[in-house]
Design a protein around this ligand. Structure first.
Ligand SMILES: *[C@@H]1O[C@H](CO)[C@@H](O)[C@H](O)[C@H]1NC(C)=O
Ligand SMILES: *[C@@H]1O[C@H](CO)[C@@H](O)[C@H](O)[C@H]1NC(C)=O
Ligand SMILES: *[C@@H]1O[C@H](CO)[C@@H](O)[C@H](O)[C@H]1NC(C)=O
Ligand SMILES: *[C@@H]1O[C@H](CO)[C@@H](O)[C@H](O)[C@H]1NC(C)=O
Length: 904
């Protein structure tokens, strides 16, 4: 009964009988099965092709109006009864991966069943008469897996509409080399709003690579939704998996700047469609497959040879028993099947060739990208034999036509970026601003970017580099601005690190640096006039003076006690009344003084005791002067290297100098994460130090170094240090850099400017512009006075400066003056004595002595010159008498000067 009811609802349309052919019997009858889900153009194409003359077949279009496959099969029975059987059926209907009733009937009756469905029956191997003209989804998904590898995607979303996507993308998912949670699956609804889904993808998890697997007619809808959510689509990249996606007119969405790749079997510009009067239509894959199946069939039939007589093929009707099918089977079915398997041809979908189970092999997929003009341009192909994508041409992708203003974010920090007020307007200046100008000029000059493009700087509101915000996938600071696509570039002293590189891209580095240690230059040693005193400590000087006096007394006592020092003043007189001893305290001190000054003395002791004392004193003097000389030279060289910290390792071994860095900045993290024992010790020492050695920023650290008189050292990045050293001449860099890292320009992932900026930086580097820029901002701008480095160099060659030795001259001068003064007093005393003795006026005595003594040309004088007369060159007195009288007077003067009692 149910069959009869379904027979009733069955409506049969025969759109077309081929009436043109009179000799029906000599040509093979075939059929084309379409329904409401197939494309009208496919029917037209079928119709147009079969109508072309001189074909080996004649065909009919069967347009089924029913939904279920059983009713459709019953329809076929009606249609093929009464000697209207067909030898092959082209089925364009989209059916699932099963061999439905129609398919089963064909296979049982040895009628070739040419399926255009994207999903071949799972029983294809058993279904001998089924041929699948659509390449298998497994093969096509291989092409997409290869494409994803080629584009180097690290993580991506799969946007799907229904479960069938997983069949089409099976290889993409199965061969994904990384963690499977790097693929984000999200379902799209063709007839609902998907804005929330897209917001999650673009704004929360910040995915930028997407595989969009959807019906070709929904692509536009989704793209419209995407540009509504995401303004910066130039950072997005899509693969459209629909094989017809290349026919979609994406140029209607002006805001869409994403890279879009797609693959397709057919090409839009195939001239052969003109022959079929179809060049005005948009040709879809299904239509192309219809044409290709017909042409392939034609070639296969011709290879069988056209016979005069064709058995009436059986009607496609259900039979009661299996045996009935075998009996009714078309006898030449096997021949046609073999002919189809062996026939190779070329069609709209490329090479048409089947393997033994009826699957397409040896086909190629065209690979196209969306160009700047928003058209899909063929750039290469994927070959099913090799599973490789061959590039044939380059195309400028859509993302390179970005917005008209490049927004550049930076953070305040001299000398990279600073905000200044010029004539009431706020302006930015700094190294970063100049660098951007140079890069931009280079890019414009070399046509790397569009001429009308401009750029503008803005300052990150918190002046932060950016750290991940705990518990979210967001970042703050400059990195956050890039991730949110508020800025296209970030230029400042931002270090390239792997953590940051995972969320943003970095250009080629424009500056290299390392962590360095800064200390304060030791205060210039006060020019010490009496530095000649320094080789011996004050104690030693005092002991030396004491020893000098004691030894002089001992010598005096010894000389007085020993008889050998008492000598006969007149050797001619054998029995002198008086014995003479020259060893007064005065002479003893003269001897010891002469010895310690390494000069010797004209009078020497004679007795054993006094000689022994003098000898010991000479020995003592030898050691003291040798020590003094040796100390003097080491003291001179040591004074130039007074700071004992020579590199970071020295810090660990001492406790008097504290050291720190900026808290939680990259230098801090360097020590925190280091495995080096020295650095670990440094970090432990910094962490436990009280009061804290960490500072909020570099300026604070530099100030602390400068104020702490060498008791604080600070770790900072070498570029900042160089900048500070140019401005504070008392800073000193100690040791070598502890690590090596780079500053780069940061940009969002997949930035269209990356290549252009890399090229520009390399060019600026080789042309020396980067060096010049650095020099300008480090050494020339806002600097009050340049540090005088020449002073230090002078110190280095080790010669003594006047400021160190002036004390010797002072001693010489003062000593000389003192001696002169003593001589004057002596002279006056002598004159006074004469004036008393000879009863002349003091003035006369003075003048006569003056004339007699101070004639530089005369070495002789009168012992008693005339007191008021003109100077006479009278008879010289005996030398001995004169010198004796001189010696006596000098000694008298000296003893009275140092207040000793008369001992002579
Ligand atoms: C996108 O741009 C428009 C206009 O330029 C702006 O009004 C809108 O807020 C932007 N949307 C987002 C998500 O940035
Ligand atoms: C139909 O095809 C099957 C499989 O090739 C074959 O075994 C059978 O003989 C064919 N039937 C006829 C009537 O040719
Ligand atoms: C600021 O104003 C002065 C005088 O009006 C002018 O000479 C100078 O060029 C201006 N500077 C800038 C940067 O515009
Ligand atoms: C788009 O393509 C360009 C050039 O092939 C590439 O540099 C850029 O990274 C791509 N963008 C995305 C989002 O994949």
């Amino acid at each position: 009964m149910s069959i009869i009811t379904s027979m009733r609802i069955l409506v049969l349309f025969i759109l077309c009988y081929n009436k043109a052919n009179a000799a029906l019997s000599t040509r093979y009858p075939i059929g084309g099965l379409f329904n409401s889900e197939t494309l009208p153009t496919s029917e037209v194409a079928f119709d147009n092709i079969v109508k072309q003359g001189s074909k080996a077949y004649h065909g009919r279009v069967i347009h089924s109006e029913v939904d279920d496959s059983y009713s459709a099969a019953l329809e076929m029975c009606d249609y093929t009864s009464d000697n209207k059987g067909i030898v092959a059926l082209i089925d364009a209907r989209p059916v699932d991966d099963i061999c439905d009733f129609t398919c089963m009937l064909c296979n049982s009756l040895n009628i070739s069943y040419l399926s255009l469905n994207w999903e071949p029956p799972v029983t294809l191997e058993k279904d001998l008469f089924t041929f699948s003209y659509h390449p298998s989804p497994e093969m096509i998904s291989k092409a997409y897996a290869t494409l994803i590898k080629k584009l180097q995607w690290d993580k991506f979303t799969i946007l799907y509409e229904d479960e069938s996507s997983f069949v089409r993308l099976q290889e993409v998912i199965n061969t994904w080399p990384y963690n499977s949670d790097q693929i984000l699956f999200r379902q799209l609804h063709p007839d609902k709003d998907n804005l929330e889904t897209f917001k999650y993808i673009f704004k929360v998890v910040h995915m930028s690579y997407h595989v969009l697997d959807c019906d070709v007619k929904n692509i536009m809808k989704y793209m419209h939704e995407i540009v509504k959510v995401e303004n910066s689509t130039q950072y997005q990249s899509f693969i459209l998996t629909a094989l017809d996606a290349y026919t979609v007119k994406l140029d209607e969405i002006d805001e869409l700047l994403a890279n879009v790749s797609t693959m397709h079997l057919t090409t839009s510009d195939d001239v052969n469609w003109k022959d079929l009067d179809m060049s005005n239509d948009v040709i879809r894959l299904e239509t192309a497959l219809t044409a290709d199946a017909l042409n392939h069939l034609e070639k296969a039939l011709r290879s069988m040879g056209i016979s005069e007589y064709i058995d009436n093929p059986p009607a496609l009707c259900f039979k009661d028993a299996k045996i009935d099918y075998q009996d009714a089977a078309w006898p030449k079915g096997d021949d046609l099947r073999n002919a189809l398997l062996q026939t190779k041809t070329k069609g709209f979908t490329g090479n048409i060739e089947f393997n033994e189970i009826g699957q397409r092999i040896n086909f190629k997929l065209h690979y196209s990208k969306l160009s700047i003009e928003s058209e899909f341009i063929h750039v290469g192909h994927w070959d099913s034999k090799t599973d490789m994508i061959t590039d044939e041409r380059e195309v400028k992708e859509r993302s390179s036509t970005s917005k008209s203003v490049i927004r550049v974010v930076s953070k305040k920090g001299k000398p990279y970026f600073d905000v200044v007020q010029v004539n009431g307007t706020t302006m930015f200046e700094g190294y970063a601003v100049d660098l951007m100008q140079n890069i931009f000029d280079y890019m414009v000059k070399n046509n790397l970017i569009h001429k009308d493009l401009k750029y503008e700087f803005y300052r990150e509101s918190e002046d932060k580099y950016g750290n991940p915000i705990a518990g979210t996938k967001k970042w703050d600071g400059i990195i956050g601005e890039l991730i949110e696509h508020n800025a296209e570039l970030a230029i400042c002293d931002i270090t390239i690190s792997s953590e940051r590189n995972a969320v943003v891209d970095f250009s080629t580095p424009f500056m290299s640096l390392g962590i360095s240690l800064v200390t304060k230059e030791p205060d210039p040693v006060q020019p010490d006039m009496f530095s000649f005193m320094n080789p011996l400590s004050l104690d030693v000087w005092l002991y030396l003076a004491t020893a000098y006096i004691i030894v002089s007394f001992i010598l005096l006592i010894c000389a007085r006690m020993s008889p050998d020092d008492w000598v006969n003043p007149h050797p001619c007189n054998q029995n002198p009344e008086n014995l003479e001893n020259i060893w007064s305290l005065y002479n003893c001190m003269w001897l010891t003084m002469g010895a310690i000054m390494t000069q010797g003395c004209d009078i020497l002791p004679r007795a054993a005791g006094s000689r022994w004392v003098a000898g010991m004193w000479w020995f003592f003097a030898l050691i003291v002067t040798a020590s003094y000389t040796a100390n003097m030279s080491s003291f001179v060289s040591a004074s130039r290297r007074s700071n004992e910290i020579k590199d970071a390792k020295d810090l660990v071994e001492q406790t008097s100098i504290a050291y720190g860095t900026v808290i939680n900045a990259s230098t801090y993290k360097f020590f925190e994460n280091s495995n080096d024992t020295v650095y670990m010790k440094i970090f432990a020492a910094m962490k436990s130090a009280k009061p804290t050695v960490f500072t909020a920023n570099n300026e604070e650290g530099v100030n602390r170094v400068r104020q702490s008189k060498g008791k604080y050292a600070f770790f900072m990045e070498s570029t900042q240090l160089e900048y500070a050293m140019q401005r504070h001449c008392d800073l000193r860099m100690v040791g070598s850099k502890l690590d090596s890292k780079d500053y780069g320009i940061a940009m969002p992932k997949n930035s269209p400017y990356k290549n252009a900026i890399d090229t520009a930086i390399l060019e600026l580097q080789s042309s020396g512009t980067l060096f010049k820029l650095k020099k300008t901002w480090w050494e020339d701008k806002d600097i009050d006075e340049k540090c005088e480095k020449s002073e230090n160099e002078e110190d280095d060659n080790g010669s003594l400066q006047m400021k160190n030795t002036s004390g010797i001259f002072i001693v010489l001068g003062v000593g000389g003056l003192l001696g002169f003064f003593v001589a004057i007093v002596d002279f006056l005393l002598h004159s006074y004595k004469i004036c008393v003795k000879e009863k002349v006026t003091f003035k006369e005595a003075l003048l006569s002595e003056w004339r007699a003594s101070l004639n530089p040309r005369a070495l002789h004088r009168l012992a008693a010159p005339p007191r008021s007369a003109a100077p006479s060159t009278a008879t010289p007195s005996p030398l001995r008498e004169r010198s004796q009288s001189r010696a006596v007077s000098v000694l008298r003067a000296a003893t009275s000067f140092i207040n000793f009692d008369e001992i002579y």
